[in-house]
Design a protein around this ligand. Structure first.
Ligand SMILES: [Fe+2]
Ligand SMILES: [Fe+2]
Length: 286
């Protein structure tokens, strides 16, 4: 079994950032002791350097491994450069394996990142080679891909053709090797109910949705709307997380994060709302 915490949208530096809620949720995540944590964007509110410095102090409180991608707020005011300087790569891919005799915890190697530099990739778009669906998914081997969907100083997002081709190459390997695949992307690929008029969706959502479902990505993790939701389209689960610590919330929707329990034959997604009981988002067969 692999247990993942999905957190999003801190908005450090914003007037609506609530430090009490932040630390309460950090404690909750640490108590759960996930194998790893995926953060899906908007660490900061304005992308300011000082907000990033503060963020690097905050994320030290998480005890589990944390993988993160930028959101639209992080890309403001040259924040896309600061993300790279203080946090890490904005797009990346990792192999995670729980096949380690000495340690139950998941291990990762960074080889995928070095192997695939999407800026240099001029290969043709991959097409799905197999008309059937994945008959077996090896949950002890996880392919985790982080995409940068932010564009400087605008709220809309896009993946862009070069990054899409880079992702498809990795997803093709995952498909062939039957690894459990997860893609993290800040902007939601599918509309989220109860978020008002649809806006700031990915500009190339249709192309990305096709890639994700063609390669039967097991899970797509997003943030951005501060509203948790779970869609299943074909064989792919699309999960969005609420805001971890910003009070920019809709209606009575509280701060929250998600967890995912991945077993041999199913994925169980749970919402962890602030100071409220857990809510089952869904339990889906693999
Ligand atoms: Fe946000
Ligand atoms: Fe956002």
């Amino acid at each position: 079994m692999t247990f993942i915490a999905h957190i999003s949208d801190f908005h450090v530096g914003g007037a609506d950032f609530n430090e009490d809620v932040f630390f309460n949720n950090v404690d909750k995540v640490n108590e759960l002791d996930p194998d790893f944590i995926v953060f899906t964007g908007d660490f900061t509110n304005h992308g300011y350097y000082a907000e990033y410095v503060k963020t690097t102090e905050y994320i030290k409180f998480f005890k589990s491994m944390l993988f993160s991608i930028p959101g639209n707020h992080d890309a403001r005011n040259l924040g896309y450069e600061t993300f790279q300087n203080l946090i890490g790569e904005r797009s990346w891919a990792r192999n995670l394996s729980s096949n380690n005799e000495n340690n139950d915890k998941i291990k990762y190697d960074a080889t995928l990142k070095e192997k695939h530099m999407f800026k240099d990739n001029e290969k043709k778009c991959w097409t799905k080679k197999n008309n059937g669906s994945k008959s077996f998914v090896d949950i002890s081997n996880i392919t985790l891909v982080g995409l940068d969907s932010s564009d400087p100083d605008i709220s809309d997002g896009s993946v862009g053709r070069p990054q899409q081709l880079w992702m498809e190459e990795i997803l093709a390997d995952s498909y062939i090797n039957s690894t459990f695949s997860i893609v993290a992307i800040h902007h939601h690929v599918l509309p989220i109910p109860k978020t008002g008029r649809e806006r700031n969706i990915l500009l190339d959502a249709g192309d990305i949705l096709k890639s994700l479902t063609d390669f039967e990505v097991n899970m797509v993790l997003s943030g951005h709307k501060h509203v948790p939701y779970l869609w299943k389209i074909e064989n792919t689960l699309f999960a969005t997380a609420g805001s971890f610590s910003s009070l920019k919330l809709r209606g009575s929707c509280p701060n929250s994060f998600n967890t995912y329990e991945i077993e041999e034959d199913y994925v169980e997604a749970t919402l962890k709302p602030y100071r409220k009981d857990d809510i089952l988002l869904g339990k889906h067969k693999l």
